[in-house]
Design a protein around this ligand. Structure first.
Ligand code: EPU
Length: 433
């Protein structure tokens, strides 16, 4: 597998453009299944999760045309299959959105339980399935971990989510937009990507209201049409660059962002002593890395501190003066990456869902691995800030969610290269874990 080699210790200066949001686009692409006509989707990040999702749509019969690397025309008028096997879903957690979208389209779907990042705990989809059943679908598990959901027709209902779940909220939205009558999702997730999906569905003729609050009301429509839509900027990619500037020091203008989506991230960086200046669609981060101060983080569903920024921010705190406490409030086990930071000289103790970080003077480069996507992002930040050379293995996890990450950091003054695995055949498609 390819690796990244980073010579650390360079401050970051300049400008970086943020790509479209991974966690929006992986639901928006399946949502094109609901349209009776072609869709044009812009600001699609060129990442492996997108490539796998497009591959799944195309395997089902969708006609996909690349307009440019970030814009695709997708026509799902004709489908040859409503089944997505494990060989295709194993690469991507978000494959489960095909269940909701196929169910919403034709009231039938057979999708294998997906793969994706594993934080060491279980990643259940019981709330997704409970939502489909409430709409009138029968759901059963077939051989080869295939979830089969089917209904004569779907009817709107009131669904209370037992946990705040991004995936379940979006999946039920996809299934409900064409269901007869009114669907009400209570205790819905409120992340920016929920609003983005609702906006896309509404641009196709759906009637979704309240996205971004904890009650979403969906009035079923009988037909939906194709639409042109541009995906929102990636909150977590932006936050990752912000954290990198804080840890390395420097002055970087982060462009094509929605500053409102970054408020929780900005607030914590400011608490640590970085300066964050908001523009209309930019944030500028200025940091003197030597003066970082400790702070405490607790991850929570939006508008709380995002769990997908927890490893990156914990990395910043390894270099801050004093003791910081990081509590993970969303996932059971998201501290697997800590061992890698400790090998680089960080002082972190993990106790269940809490990490206690004593700031150190510096990190030392060494050989580490990306355990999952955001753990990989944390390794990049650590490598960029560390003294000496850091080698990061398993970068296919990072490829899942960061477009042109080497080029973007190098344009800011980093010294980072991708070293291809000598065993890899040129042109061979790599699996994304
Ligand atoms: N949960 C259940 N039952 C369910 C669904 C979720 O108990 O049916 C629990 C989970 O175990 C977890 C909590 O609810 O403890 C929240 O999970 P959620 O469903 O919100 O997560 P997800 O939809 O599977 C998305 C992102 C993750 C991100 C989480 C939380 C996508 C494709 N993934 O996952 O992103 O961590 O929301 O914000 O949108 C990443 O980008 O690195 C990533 C992992």
């Amino acid at each position: 597998m390819d690796k990244f080699v980073i010579n650390g210790g360079h401050k970051l200066y300049g400008e970086v453009n943020i790509s479209g949001a991974k966690n929006s686009v992986v639901a928006i692409l399946p949502a094109t299944l609901l349209a009776e006509g072609p869709c044009r989707i812009e600001n699609i990040p060129d990442i492996s999760d997108v490539r796998y999702m497009l591959k799944m749509l195309s395997a089902m019969g969708a006609k996909i045309t690349m307009v440019n690397p970030n814009t695709f025309d997708i026509d799902t008028s004709y489908l040859s299959s409503h089944t997505v096997p494990y060989e295709l879903t194993k690469h991507l957690r978000a494959s489960y959105y095909l269940l909701g979208a196929l169910l919403g389209r034709d009231a039938k779907a057979r999708v294998a339980m997906p793969g994706g990042c594993n934080f060491g705990g279980v990643r259940p989809i019981d709330q997704h399935l409970k939502g489909f059943e409430a709409l009138g679908a029968t759901v059963d598990m077939e051989e080869n971990a295939i979830v089969h959901a089917e209904a004569d027709s779907l009817t709107g209902n009131s669904i209370y989510m037992d946990v705040v779940s991004v995936g379940a909220t979006m999946n039920v939205m996809l299934a409900a937009v064409k269901a007869r009558g009114l669907t009400v999702i209570e205790n819905a997730a409120k992340e920016p990507h929920i609003v983005d999906l609702a906006n896309f569905l509404n641009s196709m003729g759906a009637d979704v209201r309240g996205a971004g609050t904890d009650v979403i009301k969906i009035r079923g429509v009988s037909k939906m049409h194709g639409a042109e839509y541009s995906v929102i900027p990636d909150q977590i990619e932006a936050g990752t660059y912000m954290a990198a500037v804080a840890a390395c020091g420097g002055d970087v203008l982060i462009k094509n962002v929605v500053p409102k989506h970054l408020e929780a991230i900005s607030a914590k960086l400011i608490e640590c002593g970085a300066e964050v200046i908001e523009g209309d669609d930019t944030v500028r981060v200025i940091s003197n890395a030597d003066d970082l101060q400790h702070c405490n983080i607790k991850t929570m569903p939006h508008p709380g501190y995002p769990t997908d920024m927890q490893p990156q921010m914990a990395t910043v705190l390894t270099l801050a003066h004093g003791t910081s406490i990081v509590s993970e409030g969303v996932w059971d086990n998201r501290f697997k990456y800590v061992d890698q930071l400790v090998r680089m000289g960080a002082n972190i103790e993990v106790n269940g869902k809490i990490a206690i970080i004593q700031g150190v003077d510096h990190l030392n480069g060494c050989s580490v691995k990306a355990d999952d996507l955001r753990a990989g992002a944390a390794m990049i930040i650590a490598g960029l800030a560390a003294r000496g050379t850091t080698e990061i293995e398993n970068v296919i996890f990072i490829d899942r969610g960061y477009e042109n990450v080497v080029e973007k950091f190098n344009a800011l003054g980093a010294d980072m290269v991708r070293v291809p695995d000598e065993g890899d055949q040129p042109g061979r498609m790599k699996s994304a874990g």
